[in-house]
Design a protein around this ligand. Structure first.
Ligand code: GRF
Length: 220
């Protein structure tokens, strides 16, 4: 007998740039057994290449220019309205270069994921590859986490670790980290879509088990 298909999980993706992570999510959601359905892609920049990727894949797109709003709260309120029109179960930040207000984060509590190019809690914020090199780190990587009010500080879901090579530059490191991002983000989104990943009081839960502080760890 065939396994019943899980219910689809509608996802809205927010981005500001190239959208290579969006592309990885699109590609993986095309698998026959994927419950992930990317309902819409929204950008604060009308010229973001990620919007083109979405259009090419036949996904609805919207642009909402933050400069047209007076203040973060007004922009975020309009963004919530735009997102909620698609009634997503999950909202995915994929290179969305805006700090989100507390109200926004609270509105999507437990259903808002982000990917960050460092092994959090190391190197919150920008220039993560450069900072890892300057610190002489032997390992670097990327993290998927639930978003909370603390910037880049929410409970970790999964991390991928790569070795730093002797001759690495910020660019070469970024390239290898990106490969890992494209691996772990679809994985985490699928866990959520399958109902396996939730946010509990103590942190992220996978199959009902509290994950370690680092999240699920993948070493390369
Ligand atoms: C990624 O490095 C991600 O970790 C960070 O923003 C970047 C987005 O890259 N949050 P892309 O637009 O998905 O290529």
């Amino acid at each position: 007998m065939q396994e019943p298909m899980p219910a689809t999980c509608d996802v809205v993706v927010l981005l500001s740039g190239s959208g290579s992570n969006l592309q990885a999510l699109i590609d993986s959601s095309r698998a026959d057994d994927s419950p992930v359905r990317i309902r819409a892609v929204i950008s604060n920049r009308a010229d973001a290449y990620g919007l083109q990727r979405a259009r090419d894949a036949g996904i609805d797109t919207r642009a909402l220019d933050h400069k047209a709003f007076e203040g973060r709260e007004a922009f975020d309120a309009a963004l919530i309205e735009l997102i909620d029109a698609f009634q997503p179960k999950l909202v995915v930040l994929a290179g969305f270069m805006r700090i989100l207000s507390a109200d926004f984060v609270r509105h999507y509590q437990g259903r808002l994921l982000n990917i960050h190019p460092s092994l959090l809690p190391k190197y919150k914020g920008l220039h993560t590859h450069q900072r890892a090199l300057e610190a002489g780190d032997k390992e670097h990587g990327c993290s998927v986490h639930f978003v909370t009010e603390e910037l880049d500080g929410g409970p970790l879901v999964v991390q991928a670790v790569i070795p730093v090579e002797l001759h690495d530059s910020p660019q070469s490191l970024a390239q290898r980290v990106h490969v890992q991002e494209h691996r772990i983000y679809p994985m985490a989104v699928r866990w959520f879509a399958e109902g396996r990943l939730t946010l509990g009081e103590q942190g992220a839960l996978l199959d009902g088990q509290l994950l370690a502080a680092s999240g699920h760890l993948i070493r390369n």
